[in-house]
Design a protein. Structure first.
Length: 343
């Protein structure tokens, strides 16, 4: 058996163990949360978001909702005003023009966090739907030392392969945090202790990057003494726009430059391995190595299914082989930065 393939197979098994690590604490308390939402031209998604916010099962005096309209040109602002007028614990702000200093949605998020009054900042997006127990699930993962808790998301009306891709994202969040070197987080489902947010200067150090607020904020807090945890209990739901999937994947996977030098080195080594693997199979005809790799990858995937309570879908066995090359393809395309983000 090829030694490089064997080492990588063991590496996958270690990642699987990282997924299975439990961050849940005992004797959790009901904390106070400020739900932070930045919104730009989301008039079609807002009614469903508002329904899910209203359905949250949590004491109304222990959480608030802060929505910032980020220079929308549709009817979003009027819908936000109407919703907040009916809710005792909801408020809104408006940014009339897109900020040139804080790129992407950072200006909107900055305004929301500056007006948050509670100890935990709970982030979601305007195109997400929240389960009733969403807030309460985060109580199980905040100790006094915890500065950041990452969650994940699930997609609705997505293709089978896109579902698999998003479940792999959940696996990557879980295993890297579990092994102590967090890679990224889902901006629509994460919680940050306000003290930790203030300690790293909020968005000031990352204000010039158009995307990657979640990943970069995680990296900033990971560099402090605050603890990073992962919450697998509640996945927020979001809907994918098929017409924008090409640019979305370039944006999602093309964040090589935002990673730490250690992660960049790991990424290069993994890239080289996946170039080496088909060469080994096709030209050396050494199928034992492929079997070793596939078993490692399959066990990694089974760990992800167990952790997130995903359903096993037989076609995922094929996707396990295909996905790495899909990831590499869009990672290379995304390095150009030539992608569109909504409007």
């Amino acid at each position: 058996m090829d030694i490089f393939v064997f080492i990588f197979s063991v590496f996958l098994l270690i990642l699987g163990l990282g997924i299975l690590r439990s961050w849940k604490i005992h004797n959790s308390k009901k904390l106070n949360y400020s739900i932070v939402i930045a919104c730009r031209n989301e008039e079609h998604n807002l009614p469903k978001l508002f329904n899910s916010l209203t359905g949250l099962d949590y004491p109304i005096d222990k959480f608030e909702i802060i929505i910032v309209d980020d220079a929308s040109t549709d009817n979003s602002l009027n819908l936000i005003k109407a919703y907040c007028d009916k809710q005792m614990n909801a408020s809104f702000f408006q940014i009339k023009e897109k900020s040139k200093r804080y790129l992407g949605k950072k200006a909107a998020l900055k305004l929301a966090t500056e007006n948050a009054k509670f100890e935990i900042l709970l982030f979601t997006d305007a195109d997400c739907l929240l389960k009733t127990n969403w807030i309460n699930s985060y109580n199980n993962y905040f100790s006094k030392e915890t500065g950041f808790v990452a969650g994940s998301y699930e997609v609705t009306d997505a293709s089978s392969f896109q579902r698999f891709c998003n479940q792999i994202s959940s696996a990557i969040y879980a295993c890297t945090i579990g092994l102590g070197f967090p890679f990224s987080a889902a901006g629509g489902n994460m919680a940050v202790r306000k003290d930790a947010f203030i300690e790293v200067g909020g968005y000031e150090k990352i204000r010039k990057n158009l995307a990657g607020d979640d990943k970069q904020l995680l990296n900033l807090i990971e560099s402090t003494s605050w603890e990073i945890r992962y919450n697998p209990e509640i996945l927020v739901s979001t809907k994918i726009n098929p017409s924008n999937s090409h640019h979305r994947d370039k944006r999602k996977y093309g964040k090589f430059g935002m990673s730490s030098p250690l992660f960049q080195l790991f990424s290069i080594l993994i890239f080289l391995f996946y170039l080496y693997l088909p060469f080994r199979i096709l030209f050396v005809k050494e199928w034992q190595s492929f079997l070793s790799y596939f078993i490692g990858a399959l066990l990694f995937w089974i760990a992800n299914i167990i952790k997130h309570k995903f359903k096993f879908v037989p076609i995922d066995i094929i996707y396990i082989v295909i996905y790495p090359y899909y990831l590499i393809y869009y990672s290379i395309l995304g390095l150009s930065g030539n992608w569109e983000w909504k409007n």
